[in-house]
Write a protein that binds this ligand. Structure first.
Ligand SMILES: NC(=O)c1ccc[n+]([C@@H]2O[C@H](COP(=O)([O-])OP(=O)(O)OC[C@H]3O[C@@H](n4cnc5c(N)ncnc54)[C@H](OP(=O)(O)O)[C@@H]3O)[C@@H](O)[C@H]2O)c1
Length: 254
């Protein structure tokens, strides 16, 4: 997709990966819709853009609130008519020790990562179907491949997203609507800054944004990176359950 002149929605644009993508696209000739709860951070992105090539719409929106998402889409329709590319990136993670087991974490993580994506797609899909075009780029994770200790709400939300996007890709193909699954490895962002464990092949949010924008322009089905983590997680994903659990147990003892 040639992004020039296109209307692009980015959720979770206030921080980390979403912010890096927004900052890179802000130098292009596009209509940029940036959403997050912290609107002051979205305003910073607009102020930092000295090129003035881009037309902005900044929207405060909690993706886990369906009414908020519907209201935000009404504003988008009023200003730009619709969206050509939706980068659905908003996400939440929470390390959870089983001793602090609490369904509130699950409500937050599923509400943001999975339902947040579904609520947004519900808004613009009728327009995409009618026009027979549009790109949905949803951010999942390479951690969608197995249940990982301490983050099973997060990894299961990402497994659901990857599966959901694959189903949508197949179903929307005859309608000319493209669905891209984005599967990053570890990225240096506020989400990972507190992690106590080793994060192999960690990359910056800026590099991540470059890879994602390039993959979207090429309309790849799946954008996954860095290749070392793709390889590693594919191998881990292929291990028989008993072996994976044995290795995880040994890791736990360290
Ligand atoms: N960092 C990694 O290693 C990594 C790896 C694989 C996948 N990912 C995925 O990449 C995406 C971005 O993560 P990140 O690392 O950039 O994290 P981040 O810096 O914490 O950014 C998360 C973004 O999501 C927004 N958000 C969170 N809850 C929201 C809600 N209820 N409503 C609206 N917006 C909400 C935040 O904005 P507000 O707080 O202002 O609302 C923020 O802009 C997530 O989907 C994450 O799961 C990250």
């Amino acid at each position: 997709m040639d992004l020039s002149g296109k209307t692009i929605l980015i959720t979770g644009a206030s921080s980390g990966i979403g912010r890096a993508i927004a900052s890179k696209l802000s130098g292009e000739n596009v209509n940029l819709i940036l959403t997050a709860r912290r609107i002051n951070l979205l305003e910073e992105i607009k102020e930092e853009d000295k090129t003035k090539k881009c037309s902005y719409l900044l929207l405060q929106c909690n993706v886990s609130n369906k009414n908020d998402v519907a209201a935000a889409y009404t504003e988008i329709k009023d200003k730009f008519g619709s969206v050509d590319l939706a980068i659905l990136n908003a996400g939440a993670g929470h390390y959870m020790n089983v001793r602090n087991y609490n369904s509130q974490f699950a409500e937050k993580i599923y509400g943001t990562n999975l339902l947040g994506m579904i609520y947004w797609i519900e808004q613009f899909l009728p327009d995409f179907l009618e026009r027979k075009n549009g790109i949905i780029a949803g951010v999942s994770s390479l951690a969608d491949n197995r249940g990982y200790s301490g983050s099973s709400f997060y990894t299961s939300s990402k497994a659901a997203i990857t599966n959901y996007l694959e189903g949508l890709r197949v179903e929307l193909n005859p309608y000319g609507v493209k669905v891209i699954t984005i599967r990053p490895g570890f990225v240096e962002t506020p989400m990972t800054s507190g992690n106590k464990f080793k994060m192999p092949f960690l990359i910056t949010a800026e590099k991540t944004a470059d890879i994602i924008i390039d993959g979207i322009k090429k309309e790849k089905r799946v954008i996954q990176f860095p290749w070392q983590m793709v390889l590693l997680t594919s191998i881990v994903g292929m291990l028989p359950g008993w072996l994976y659990e044995l290795l995880a147990k040994q890791q736990h003892k360290k």
